[in-house]
Design a protein around this ligand. Sequence first.
Ligand code: ADP
Length: 361
Amino acid sequence: MDPREVQSQENSHQNQSDSRLAIDIGGSLIKLVHFRRSADSTVDSPNDSLATLDVIDNDSAIKGRLHFAMFETSKINDFLEFINSNKLHLNAGGRANDVLPEEKVFVKATGGGAYKFANLFKEKLGIILDKEDEMDCLVAGANFLLKAVHQEAFTYMDERKDFVQIDHNDLFPYLLVNIGSGVSMIKVDGDGKFERVSGTNVGGGTFWGLGRLLTGCKSFDELLELSHRGNNRVIDTLVGDIYGGMDYSKIGLSATTIASSFGKAISDNKELEDYKPEDISRSLLRMISNNIGQISYLNALRFGLKRIFFGGFFIRGQEYTMDTISVAVHFWSKGEAKAMFLRHEGFLGALGALMSYEKQS
Ligand code: ADP
């Protein structure tokens, strides 16, 4: 199995098939979710990690396990090989309806790649991608996680992670911010009831693209790893840099507030090679996370939403990213709005596509 595969919990997935496969092919990453029913009546002990656990729908006594996997979209051929060698598509998609040849396998798919790579899947694996709308899937996946998975949502600030109890009767409305290559901001009012109210093109793709150019990193993980060791104060101009180390307290700005991301590159009159890649990565991560947190808050404000859930693979469970987003939301909302994160952040779309099998049965 792919080393990045993780397994995690599921429950109330009620279909009568033994297994189901759904994929979300985004601009940067392919996400796969595979559900397998299990006859086993015992349940593994849940823990906090993604790499554990299973199932249960008490109502129908259906048990099973969700498997999650992620590949870079540029390595789509590895992904096809992964499906093929693990035979994930066999008996895991929908059967053809009576108009189409019965031997064909239909697999629920979402994201732009479901269109772009449709022929490749057909030619290489005989899979017909049954396309589901990307926003529908994101929302369905988020609602599923928030309602069905224990300890899914959490806050993160000041090095503290706190799980949030979700009251199913008081979940809506909320703002869903999905930070993938680009960013979508969706006001969710209920199951299948939502509106994409905003977004920004400065997202995960920007961090990875600009970060790669500025640091020469060969992988996203390397860029993230660099950011752990960096110090953004080397490049960012802080309020204190302008005010001689003092706060600008009259308007609530502390000396450590960033006045201008990358601003020191001008005042220091240095060249790119004069800066450490670690510091560049850190400043970039801070700039993008902060910006997304602020735009999210403004959209929450537009619609009077107090809860903002952040998903998408940009986050990757990174403490610094989550902390920056949380601080931005907290700062601009004066503590009124809350940023929350999801343990299965990157799999909303794929989960939503998986849910869509049920709509048909
Ligand atoms: P999309 O559907 O647009 O691909 P995702 O939710 O999968 O969106 O997030 C893609 C973003 O996740 C990338 O732009 C990058 O910032 C980040 N990312 C996380 N892990 C990786 C990785 N291994 N390779 C590339 N990008 C990654």
